[in-house]
Design a binder for this molecule. Structure first.
Ligand SMILES: CC(C)(COP(=O)(O)OP(=O)(O)OC[C@H]1O[C@@H](n2cnc3c(N)ncnc32)[C@H](O)[C@@H]1OP(=O)(O)O)[C@@H](O)C(=O)NCCC(=O)NCCS
Length: 328
């Protein structure tokens, strides 16, 4: 059994097109002031029409592979976490496998919304620990702009497109490792945040095609309350499992949904704000991609050094939550 699993490389990719709050206020009744004060978001990225989730994911993956010094042919596992797959079937991970030329890799998707990247991390860690797989690529990738109702100001201001990736493998002596993980689900709350149409429960037909059913629907206030409690509990659990104290944590990487949620988590975890990584002002909520992008940016900005303890924590539709404590 592998002695530990390390993050050997990270990468991210954001589409070039920027949609600012002022741009949004031209087609829905909102303002930069309202969006910034309620969410902290200033702008988000929007993928081109021909760019799908797999393209975003593959670009992030190439950077992660490069940093890990690994070739795509060396991968034996690819997990894509997404709620905006290229197609309902096959899995987005299959398109990524093709685009990367990762011919030896088993590839599949998981759907755990904004917690998806940390779900993927836990699954890949276990699969590497079992010795059945050596080199895993986990990706959080979303083209949420394709599933947003651009006439609904209560949701369209929140979301953006992007992708992040990490290469995982057994850790060698002196390298960092994933110390503890937690994942959880509360299926009683499926109604709080979902895309109601487009699945088998409510197929899109000629009759309902104009109703916008295949777009995100949300009860924002309820989601907010659950997010704070679940993320606090999950983060505390991995901190405890890893044998850490809040003071030991160099960087917290929370899900990037709302600055008020992030501030509430930081104060409940008793971690100073300057140790909490935030980039949601630039990208909005990119669901499964958010933590993956933030991890890569924190890494490339040199926020973590070898041996630092990091906590990542997420929350999303399902409801789902997840956390991981890592020694860098
Ligand atoms: C969505 C969210 C920002 C709304 O903030 P809020 O403080 O709860 O705001 P409310 O929904 O109570 O709306 C307050 C008022 O602003 C209005 N409003 C809503 N969206 C608006 C917008 N984009 N621009 C201007 N006004 C808006 C509402 O209509 C409401 O008006 P009213 O008082 O006349 O009825 C907030 O609830 C939130 O972030 N929730 C969590 C969502 C989330 O993170 N989801 C993803 C989880 S992974």
């Amino acid at each position: 059994m592998a002695q530990g699993v390390t993050i050997a490389g990270t990468g991210s990719y954001l589409p070039e097109k920027i949609l600012t709050n002022d741009d949004l206020s031209k087609f829905v009744e909102t303002s930069d002031e309202w969006i910034v004060s309620r969410t902290g978001i200033k702008e988000r990225r929007i993928a081109d029409e021909e760019e799908s989730t797999s393209h975003l994911g593959s670009k992030a993956a190439q950077k992660a592979l490069q940093q890990a010094g690994m070739a795509a042919e060396d991968l034996d596992l690819i997990i894509v976490a997404t709620i905006t797959p290229d197609t309902l079937t096959p899995a987005t991970a299959c398109y990524v496998q093709q685009q990367l030329g990762a011919t030896k890799a088993v590839a599949f998707d998981i759907s755990a919304a904004c917690s998806g990247f940390l779900y993927a991390m836990k699954i890949a860690k276990r699969m590497i620990e079992s010795d059945a797989f050596k080199n895993a690529l986990i990706i959080g990738a979303e083209k949420l702009s394709a599933f947003v109702n651009w006439e609904d100001r209560t949701t369209c201001i929140l979301f953006g497109d992007g992708a992040g990736a990490a290469v995982l493998r057994a850790s060698e002596q002196g390298e960092g490792r994933i110390l503890a993980t937690d994942i959880g689900t509360d299926g009683k709350q499926t109604h709080l945040l979902n895309i109601p149409g487009g699945g088998s429960a409510c197929p899109i037909t000629m009759d309902n095609a104009g109703e916008g059913l295949a777009t995100l629907a949300m009860l924002g206030k309820e989601v907010f309350k659950h997010a704070v409690t679940r993320m606090k509990n999950s983060a505390n659990l991995v901190i405890e499992r890893a044998g850490l104290q809040p003071d030991d944590i160099a960087v917290v990487i929370p899900h990037q949904a709302n600055l008020r949620i992030i501030d509430a988590i930081a104060s409940r975890l008793a971690v100073p704000n300057d140790r909490v990584f935030v980039n949601l002002h630039k990208y909005g909520n990119t669901s499964a991609a958010a933590i993956a992008i933030a991890l890569d940016e924190a890494n490339r900005e040199g926020k973590m050094k070898r041996g630092d303890k990091i906590v990542m924590v997420a929350f999303g539709a399902g409801l789902t939550w997840a956390a991981a404590a890592i020694e860098w």
